[in-house]
Ligand binder design. Structure first.
Ligand code: LLP
Length: 461
């Protein structure tokens, strides 16, 4: 039966500031879960801002070390992929680490450009396979550092918008390298039969490059590849780097410099205590791949950038729930499964239902000597598939009022939350050893939902 490792046993799974206190409670950045639950309610996302800042520094310095000038590189930039979870409270950590921000919608771009974020527009990128005119216009007017074009249509649109805005934006081409990597097929993004990027194999990538070169208002600054997400196998990045850098050599033969290559995000994190590559291992393998691929292609080494999202936000946050109903259900083989219902579910974490993503859960408000029981942690939604953890060992005396924690929910948790069953989305509580906890994203209320429900307004008879 799957068990949840304690913070002391397996720190990779937990935020840096996680601890089991002497009274049996879990604490995060020195804050005990019962106090947090009392003050902020449940469910809540508990987000360790100190750990986020530490991870930002770790990955930025791992990349700087491996892509050091002395080794023949010209440094490397890290762009935080805001789709994993973006709010202005992250700005300080991002800018202090010298990172940029990668955005993929008007909303993300607007948050990234918010002065409260403190980000330099030059260090903001914009992705998207179907960017709106409004979003592209904002990108042009705010002078962001890179627009990553994803289709031939977009090149025409961007050229005409740039001409009317009288600007010459730096653009990169999102190249589909044909490498299939990552967990679920929904999150793999560089195989051929999917919506992202311009294919190397079909020649669309080359056509895009030629179109950009011919476009008077567009400036080609680089090539981009993102092969998927939650990738544990570093060899996939190697193949993608080889293909992308060989393509760069081809583009250079057209007389273009192509100063930058972005190898995307996709670094895996631990969800259940499993081992994953460290930031240094990832950076070292990437640097070796880049060097080898440039040697093979007979070119100079471009400036490299990457776009991790999950790796930064995922492990620094846990979901805090309160147990309500506990129900013993007899299975066909006669055994008993305890259904432990919590006060959130698929609306605050859609990943198990959408991708079969595995998580673990632990009793957070106390420890217990009761024997382990086979439990299924389920949410409160009207769906039998509203399962957060299909099978996990929890103490047999688990009961209403207990607090449960699910680790590693910072990436694609709040970011993908919904209002299914008209459930308000939980708030994100920012934790730091240097200050008292406070919301960094407020809890939604039923009033927030009602505000959007404007009634029949004259449509009814
Ligand atoms: N760059 C681009 C162009 C991307 O499309 C993505 C993720 C990233 C960077 C960041 O990837 P990361 O380092 O976070 O793996 N909702 C899914 C993940 C979708 C990722 C989409 N693109 C999940 O919950 O697993």
């Amino acid at each position: 039966m799957l068990t949840c490792p304690e913070p002391a046993e397996n720190p990779v799974l937990w935020p840096g500031g996680a601890k089991r206190e002497e009274d049996g409670q879990l604490s995060f950045a020195g804050q005990k879960v019962t106090e947090l639950a009392q003050r902020f309610g449940t469910p809540s996302y508990l987000f360790d801002l100190d750990d986020f800042a530490a991870r930002a520094k770790t990955i930025a310095s791992a990349m700087a070390e491996e892509f050091w000038e002395g080794y023949g590189f010209s440094g490397a930039n890290v762009y935080y992929a805001g789709k994993a979870f973006l709010c202005t409270a992250l700005g300080e950590a991002i800018t202090k680490a010298g990172m940029g921000i990668d955005t993929a919608s008007l909303g993300e771009l607007t948050v990234a450009l918010n002065p409260a974020m403190g980000a330099d527009p030059q260090k903001i990128g914009l992705h998207g396979n179907n960017k709106s005119r409004e979003c592209l216009r904002l990108a042009l007017r705010s002078g962001i550092g890179r627009i990553i074009v994803d289709s031939l249509n977009e090149i025409d649109l961007l050229q005409s918008l740039s001409e009317s805005e009288n600007t010459t934006p730096p653009v990169m081409v999102r190249v589909t390298t044909g490498v299939h990597a990552g967990g679920h097929s929904f999150i793999a993004t560089a195989h051929e039969d999917q919506k992202f990027g311009l294919s190397l194999a079909s020649g669309a990538a080359l056509e895009a490059v030629e179109k950009i070169i011919a476009a008077p208002n567009l400036k080609l600054v680089g090539l981009h590849s993102h092969i998927g997400s939650q990738i544990k196998d570093l060899a996939s990045f190697q193949v993608a780097a080889e293909r992308l850098l060989a393509f760069r050599a081809q583009v250079q033969r057209l007389g273009e410099a192509v100063p930058e290559v972005d190898l995307g995000g996709g670094l895996a994190i631990s969800y259940q205590g499993e081992e994953v590559p460290t930031a240094s291992e990832y950076a070292r393998s990437l640097a070796a791949s880049v060097k080898k691929a440039c040697e093979q292609a007979g070119t100079d080494i471009p400036h490299i950038s990457i776009e991790p999202g999950r790796w930064l936000a995922g492990p620094v946050c846990v979901s805090l729930y309160q147990v309500g109903t506990v129900k013993d259900v007899q299975l066909e083989d006669g055994s008993i499964r305890k259904y432990v219902s919590v006060d959130g579910g698929m609306s605050d974490n859609i990943r198990p239902a959408l991708y079969d993503a595995g998580y673990v859960a632990t009793l957070a408000s106390r420890v217990s000597d009761a024997p382990a029981a086979s439990c299924r942690v389920v949410g409160m939604h009207c769906e039998s598939g509203d399962i957060l953890v299909p099978e996990i060992a929890l103490p047999a005396d688990i009961r209403a009022g207990d607090l449960l924690v699910i680790p590693a929910t910072g990436a694609y948790g709040r970011a993908m939350a919904s209002n299914y069953n008209l459930v308000p989305r939980p708030g994100v509580v920012g934790l730091s050893r240097k200050a008292s906890p406070r919301y960094i994203v407020a809890r939604e209320t039923v009033d927030d939902l009602l505000r959007l429900d404007i009634g029949a307004v004259g449509l009814s008879q």
